[in-house]
Design a protein around this ligand. Structure first.
Ligand code: FE2
Length: 199
């Protein structure tokens, strides 16, 4: 079964007052995310990956040197990454649930320290990629950054929060100011209830 582009969990203009415009979501979801879905489906057709889950394809093709497999990894991992990304944001006020606040304080000292580390990871990712809040195999939380489509599944980690730092994610609204995009993401766009549900 071919993968499908999931609908955004909110209207295209729902995040406009929070710093992510309708135009950004039209390009980012309707065109960029859709391209990963279409290209991923094309590349897995007729291969051993055709009937596998996104997670199986990602872990099975990560770091494989064959060109065909790299293309599969790049598109399928970006398909999965964006599926998570839309769910991790939302309109309206979002208060961080206490169990998440405690887990973050245990690992980073405070929510502010975590935000500082997360924003620094995103700003410091050279070129395209993502920054993440992950739960490690030992249960501890940490901040990571990854290049291109690489994601926490590749390292056996659970993705709690991810921020897309490809230019297509912020250039319409923030131009070249990636740090401002990251701060705005953390302060206005994150759906903390969704993040907590991944703990
Ligand atoms: Fe993206």
């Amino acid at each position: 079964m071919a993968f499908e582009l999931p609908a955004l969990p909110y209207a295209h203009d729902a995040l406009a007052d929070l710093g992510m415009s309708k135009e950004t979501l039209e390009y980012h979801h309707d065109l960029h995310h859709k391209a990963y879905v279409d290209n991923g489906n094309k590349l897995i057709a007729g291969t051993e990956w055709e009937n596998k889950s996104l997670e199986e394809i990602i872990t099975g093709t990560y770091n494989k040197t064959a060109v065909a497999q790299n293309g599969i990894f790049n598109n399928i991992s970006q398909l999965w990454n964006h599926n998570q990304f839309w769910e991790m944001m939302g309109p309206g006020e979002s208060k961080m649930p206490s169990e998440l606040e405690k887990a973050i304080a245990d690992s980073f000292g405070s929510v502010d320290k975590f935000k500082e580390e997360f924003a620094a990871a995103g700003a410091g990712q050279f070129g395209s990629g993502w920054c993440w809040l992950v739960k490690d195999a030992d249960g501890g939380l940490k901040v990571t950054k990854t290049e291109n489509g690489v994601n926490p599944l590749c390292f056996g980690q659970t993705a709690l929060l991810g921020c897309d730092v490809w230019e297509h994610s912020y250039y319409i609204d923030f131009r070249n100011k990636r740090p401002a995009y990251l701060t705005n993401f953390l302060d206005k766009l994150v759906n903390w209830e969704n993040v907590a549900s991944r703990l």
